[in-house]
Design a protein around this ligand. Structure first.
Ligand code: ATP
Ligand code: MG
Length: 181
């Protein structure tokens, strides 16, 4: 194909799911963000599970003009008695994701730890599926988190399941700055 014809070809975004119990889901998604930023693409990260502490990646994110980073609400309680509170947080996070997807401002959106929303019945999986199916054509989306729902797996173009073989944590090694956070 001639160069001019190539450049006219519309970019079609990809749906990637990174799941499984091994370490490397969020960092893999962020590796792709780094790659996209290098090409001048605009990237958005929405984190659905709020972790305590100063994550190196969040600090670094402030240095990239083309990277917008959001943390969803107050965080989940994962307590059966307080399901309504978690549903409210999920709803707020999903609403933000919807706005960002529909804005057509981004080339890549990372929905970090979103798999837990349908797993814990905080949000119907069909709503995530509909949002992704109806996204702007050029937009790529990466979904991370353990135990991805079959409907998310079916929807994706690329799925990686990271399997843990061993993790230092099992030998009593604590989470380390610059490696785990
Ligand atoms: P990372 O952010 O390092 O890519 P992850 O996204 O695959 O990890 P999560 O399930 O989101 O993993 O884990 C949250 C935290 O627990 C991270 O600090 C991660 O490094 C660490 N972690 C991941 N997998 C394991 C494991 N099998 N055992 C212990 N800790 C883990
Ligand atoms: Mg993660």
């Amino acid at each position: 194909m001639a160069d001019s014809a190539k450049s006219k070809k519309k970019v079609k975004g990809r749906v990637i799911v990174i799941t499984g119990d091994g370490k490397g889901k969020t960092t893999s998604a962020l590796g792709t963000a780094f790659r996209a930023l290098g090409h001048g693409h605009k990237v958005c990260v929405i984190q659905f599970v709020k972790g305590k502490g100063s994550y190196g990646e969040r600090i670094m994110a402030e240095q990239f003009e083309n990277l917008d980073w959001f943390i969803c609400g107050k965080g989940f309680l994962f307590n059966k008695e307080k399901l309504d509170e978690d549903k409210k947080v999920a709803e707020e996070g999903f609403e933000m994701a919807r706005k960002k997807v529909e804005s057509d401002e981004y080339d890549l959106i990372i929905l970090d730890e979103i798999t837990y929303l349908p797993t814990y019945n905080f949000l119907d999986v069909e709503r995530i599926v509909d949002l992704i199916k109806n996204r702007p054509e050029r937009l790529s989306v990466i979904l991370t988190g353990r135990g991805a729902h079959d409907k998310l797996i079916d929807l994706a173009d690329t799925v990686s399941v990271i399997e843990p073989h061993k993790h230092a944590f099992e030998n009593g090694v604590k989470a380390q700055k610059g490696v785990e956070f």
